[in-house]
Structures are given as C-alpha cells and as structure tokens.
Design a protein around this ligand. Structure first.
Ligand SMILES: C=CC1=C(C)c2cc3[nH]c(cc4nc(cc5[nH]c(cc1n2)c(C)c5CCC(=O)O)C(CCC(=O)O)=C4C)c(C)c3C=C
Ligand SMILES: [Fe+2]
Length: 392
C-alpha cells in the first residue's frame, strides 16, 4: 500500500488490486449472473459447436469454467506459451478491476440433437422444458441472430471487461465452437435486488419495478429455479433471450397520454395508472369516471400481470441496445430481453402469445432474435459447468 501510494503521489498509474466489492463469487449453488445484482453492461454470445467429439466438448466446458473463475476474480489467463506464441490472455482487461463480472453458461437444443444427429450422446437427457420456441405473431426473427448450441452471458460494470470475457472464451473455443451471434447491451432494464434503483428502457419508462428480486427466495424457488426433481438441471433455470427492436422514432412522435396508456404506468414515477406510487400494486379492476379500467386491458402491464398469467412471474435481466442505424434514418435500438424462468412452457410461451396478440406495446416492437437455453446449476470448486449432464 505504501508503494502504491508513492506511485500515485508521483502521478503515475499503478496496477491497483481489484477492490473486494468488485468481485461476484463464481462458485455456488446457482450460477452467478442470474439473481446477483444486475450490472450495467452486457456481452451475450451464442455459439455453434463445430466438433462432433464429446470429449472436446467436455474439455471446452472445463476450460471455460476455469477461465470464468479466473476472469470473474479479476485475474487474467495464464500461462503464456512464450514470446513467439500469441499471448494466452488478449490483454485489454489488464489493470482493470473485475468490475463485478459474471459469466453464465447455458445449453441450447442443438447440443442435444442437431440436424437429426445426437452428436454427443445427450439426446436422452434433453429436458422437456428445453422446447423449440413456437413462432409468435409478428415475429421477424433473423437466423443470424437466433439459436445457438451454447450461450455465454457476460455482465460487468465495465463494457471492456465484459467484452474481454467473451473474446477470450471464444478464443479458447477456437476449433470447437464458433460465434453464431452476439449482442452488446448497456443500461440494465431491470433491478434484480431491492437495493437497486429501477432503471429505464429506451422508451423512457422505468423497467423492472415489479420484477422478481433476489430477496424473494420462495418466489425464486417457484418461478426461477428448477427443483430437485429436475435431474441434472436441479438448481438451474432457463434463459429466454429475445432481441426486441423498439421503433423509437414512432414512439417519440406518440403523445405522453398514449405512451402511458400503452404501458399502464406513468412515465415519471413508474406508478400504475390505477394510482399510488411506483411500488403500489396495480389495480386492474379500478375504473375511471367513464367506467373503463384506468389500466387498459390491452396495456403491457395488464397483459404481463401475474393475475392474467396463472400467477406466473419471471426474473427479467435485460439490457438496452443500439446497433447503429438501419440506413433508413432510424436507429436500430431496442431491448435485449433476458428472462430466467423455471419452465418456458408455463412461464414464457403463454405470456408472449397473449402479448403478441393483444399488447398495445407490440405495435412499437419487432422481435428480431431469439434463443432458449438450459442454464445448469452452479459449480463447486474443481467441477465444471454442466458436469451433472455429462455424468447423468
Ligand atoms: C413475455 C415477456 C415480456 C416481454 C417480451 C416484455 C417486453 C418488454 N417490456 C417492456 C417494458 C416494460 N415491461 C414492464 C413490466 C413487465 N414486463 C413483463 C414481461 C415482458 N416484457 C413482465 C412480467 C412485467 C411485470 C408485470 C407485473 O408483474 O406487473 C414494465 C413496467 C415496469 C415493471 O414492472 O418492470 C415496462 C415499462 C418493453 C419496452 C419491452 C420490449 C421491448
Ligand atoms: Fe415488459
């Protein structure tokens, strides 16, 4: 510390040890990056497995697990093979803190069977919940932004740390996997802890108010985690990823009254239009002077509310994105919707179907990418992500 202070006093930059508060533990009962506090930056990448070798796949997951444990602790990858070889770590995170990096790994349907082939002898272990998502009305999915045999979600407070993580995992996987699609995100669009303030999405509304929070253990057990009867998926969850383009130029020409009616909450506070403040429970039955519900039945909040969805809740953990413009004078901007659920058949498909048909918000949205991934439970030191699947 004395040495560091002397360097700082001399006005030079010194390599500073990562403060403890910037490290999210990698090992645990569940993978990090799900109920751990949502960071502000995302790099999500889906990979195709390009080998048919089960041993190579297992070796990759072992290497990814080891690298993830190192990177999330703020370390860099070692050892180097020598001066005449490419460095083992790509280097752009040297000197940066761990920035609360979390790395979360999931398995797509293609790992279990692809093009009719059971490449890795895993077909019999494909969970029933890992469905092929149906086509929803209005979907405009681009194949180059959809699917993937594996997914890695890297979240951090620093975008360079998140990108470094994905880049290095892709580098480790060279010859075994290739990146199918990837998405950068900024500005989380959900709170996953009551300690976090509610952020805003690119429509300018608070997003995440009624989200499931890390403190709600019973609700997480019911709506997010796969239970003990789930075999190799026990302690895991399913990640629904949807790249949703938001027509922000159209939205920006819409009156505030219309915007609030479409959402069902007021823009400033995020309070439900039935009254109260941000965290007041929406009263979907409360009618205004004209006898119609204050929260329109076609509003997003009404359609997403548990009372209209068999009591279903989900853990949303999405991010805003902007990917330049589309050549027609419009920003390609939107929401990388990420939600963790115990079973997408009950906890995503019915809600998305209702929204695609009736949600007033749908007029301003276009789903352009999609993925569904089984996210296994957490890893103990010495183990690797998905070990229970390969030993099942
Ligand atoms: C199928 C699930 C959902 C999709 C897809 C989705 C897209 C989406 N949502 C917003 C903005 C808001 N969503 C809000 C609440 C909310 N949304 C969902 C589900 C999906 N959203 C749920 C389950 C909820 C919570 C409902 C409840 O329990 O009351 C809100 C209100 C604030 C909040 O509670 O978070 C906003 C705003 C956008 C812009 C969007 C697609 C781009
Ligand atoms: Fe929503």
């Amino acid at each position: 510390a004395v040495g560091a202070a002397a360097v700082a006093a001399a006005g030079e930059r010194s390599p500073v040890a990562a403060p403890v508060s910037s490290v999210v533990p990698f090992h645990g009962a569940h993978q990090a990056g799900i109920v751990t506090p949502a960071q502000d930056r995302l790099h999500l990448a889906a990979f195709d497995v390009v080998t048919d070798s089960r041993d190579e796949l297992i070796a990759l997951l072992q290497q990814w697990t080891e690298a993830a444990a190192t990177l999330t602790a703020g370390g860099s990858l070692t050892p180097d093979a020598g001066y005449d070889s490419p460095p083992t770590d790509t280097g752009e995170a040297l000197g940066l803190s761990a920035a609360n990096l979390t790395i979360t790994i999931g398995f797509g349907a293609g790992l279990f069977r692809k093009d009719g082939k059971d490449r890795f002898g895993l077909a019999k272990h494909r969970p029933a919940a890992l469905i092929d998502l149906p086509h929803f009305p209005g979907d405009a999915l681009e194949p180059a932004r959809t699917g993937g045999d594996l997914v890695v979600q890297a979240c951090a407070d620093d975008p360079q740390v998140a990108v470094h993580a994905i880049r290095n995992l892709a580098r480790i996987g060279f010859g075994t996997v290739s990146v199918r699609w990837s998405q950068l995100g900024f500005g989380r669009t959900a709170s996953t802890s009551t300690a976090q303030a509610t952020p805003r999405n690119l429509f300018g509304f608070k997003d995440g108010t009624a989200n499931l929070k890390a403190e709600e253990n019973d609700a997480l057990a019911e709506h997010v985690w796969v239970g003990e009867t789930g075999g190799w998926m026990a302690g895991g969850t399913y990640l629904v990823a949807r790249r949703i383009r938001m027509h922000i130029e159209t939205w920006d020409r819409t009156s505030l009254r219309e915007q609030e009616q479409v959402v069902g909450r007021d823009r400033t506070e995020g309070a439900p239009l039935s009254g109260g403040s941000e965290f007041t429970e929406p009263d979907l039955a409360r009618a205004g002077n004209d006898g119609t519900p204050l929260i329109a039945t076609t509003s997003h909040v009404a359609l997403a509310h548990p009372s209209r969805n068999d009591g279903v809740r989900m853990l949303r953990r999405g991010y805003n994105y902007t990917d330049g413009s589309d050549g027609l004078g419009r920003l390609d901007a939107g929401l990388m919707f990420l939600a963790f659920v115990t079973d997408p058949r009950t906890h995503y498909v019915p809600m998305q179907t209702a929204m695609a048909r009736n949600d007033a918000l749908a007029e301003y949205l276009r789903h352009t990418g999609s993925g569904l991934f089984a996210v296994p439970g957490g890893v103990a030191p010495g183990g690797y992500v998905g070990q229970r699947l390969f030993e099942a």
